[in-house]
Design a protein around this ligand. Structure first.
Ligand SMILES: NC(=O)C1=CN([C@@H]2O[C@H](COP(=O)(O)OP(=O)(O)OC[C@H]3O[C@@H](n4cnc5c(N)ncnc54)[C@H](O)[C@@H]3O)[C@@H](O)[C@H]2O)C=CC1
Ligand SMILES: O=C(O)C(=O)COP(=O)(O)O
Length: 308
């Protein structure tokens, strides 16, 4: 009997085609409810996910035939990796597939904030010709701290290197090949700080008042990693105190914005009333190209696992 793989999130059709070419039976459960998935998961050997569901211990207990989870993306924060490992379930991620997208998006947002691209476009469309109010500043000559030097951090740093900025890269767990710095160097020298670390127990809420207070200069803060790493009250305080002079967020602690309480709405409104703020709806890694590349990366890893 051929093994079955369940796809529970929206992924490019090349995933189903590639899995079928590897001789799996592919079931598309992207419209299934959580209960339906839990009810059916026991027969599947493979699972393809993005971020619809938490793959926690309870889920994995039901997944008695599971041998691999393919995460169509980079972040593994919704998967209980310890439980998966204890059940000998391989977890494949596709960081290599969206690192170009993230780097282009982060640098694009940074240039847009520095040169008021989004704001001036809006104004000209409204008949406003304000040159002085749209005077930009250059990232050339600035010091940019990259925190987390994995796939995304390296991809951002290498593309930034042509801008004439000084790059300082810090990673707590991996050696940094180029631009190596201590966190203290970033606290002392950075004008711009971009986060490229996973959401873990350790990084959850890491960006707090105490962390922000250590920067010697006001910073432009960029988070394209996970929103829970930089809770909104801390960012608001940082903006109010002038520790943060520019803010770019692709991710939010609660991205289901239609479910926001009045309190959450008020908090976000206060933050977004600061002019040097720029937001996007968790799309840094989301391009036509990455949509396919992610699948190529995962299919190669699945193939290697079954042929090893
Ligand atoms: N907004 C988006 O669309 C996307 C967001 N992401 C987010 O970016 C994160 C990073 O992605 P990758 O670079 O591919 O992951 P990665 O695993 O290749 O690199 C992360 C690096 O962070 C380091 N690190 C972990 N904890 C740290 C800490 N406390 N301080 C300093 N360094 C620390 C690790 O040693 C590792 O080298 C993902 O976990 C995901 O949450 C990734 C892709 C797209
Ligand atoms: O690859 C990642 O980690 C991402 O954040 C991409 O977003 P997703 O969770 O796939 O909607």
């Amino acid at each position: 009997m051929r093994a079955q793989v369940l796809i529970i999130d929206e992924v490019h059709e090349s995933m189903a085609q590639g899995l079928e070419a590897l001789d799996f039976i592919v079931v598309n459960g992207s419209t299934w409810t959580k209960d339906e998935i839990l009810h059916q998961i026991g027969v599947f050997e493979g699972l393809v996910v993005r971020s619809k569901l938490k793959i926690d211990a309870h889920f994995l207990q039901q997944a008695s035939a599971l041998r691999f989870i393919a995460r169509a993306g980079a972040g593994l924060d919704l998967i209980d990796l310890q439980e998966a490992s204890s059940r000998n379930i391989e977890v494949f991620a596709a960081n290599e597939g969206n690192k170009e997208a993230v780097a282009e998006h982060v640098i694009g947002q940074l240039l847009s904030l520095a040169h008021h691209l989004h704001k001036s476009d809006r104004e000209v469309r409204q008949g406003i010709w304000d040159r002085e109010g749209n005077r930009g500043w250059e990232i050339s000559g600035k010091t940019i701290g990259i925190i987390g030097y994995g796939h995304m951090g390296q991809s951002v740093a290498s593309r930034l290197s042509c801008f004439g900025s000084t790059i300082l890269a810090y990673d707590k767990y991996q050696p940094v090949s180029r631009y190596s710095a201590e966190m203290q160097d970033i606290f002392d020298q950075a004008d711009i700080v971009s986060l490229h670390i996973p959401l873990t127990e350790e990084t959850n809420g890491m960006v707090n008042d105490q962390w922000l207070s250590q920067f010697k200069k006001p910073i432009v803060f960029i988070n394209s990693s996970r929103g829970a790493i930089s809770p909104l009250p801390a960012l608001l305080l940082g903006l109010e105190k002038g520790q943060i002079q520019g803010l770019i967020l692709d991710v939010l602690p609660n991205e289901k914005i239609h479910t926001w309480s009045e309190e959450e709405k008020a908090l976000f409104n206060k933050i977004s009333s600061f002019p040097a703020t720029l937001f996007s709806p968790h799309v840094a890694g989301w391009t036509n190209e990455s949509y396919r590349k992610i699948n190529e990366v995962l299919l190669a890893k699945i193939k290697a696992y079954y042929t090893a």
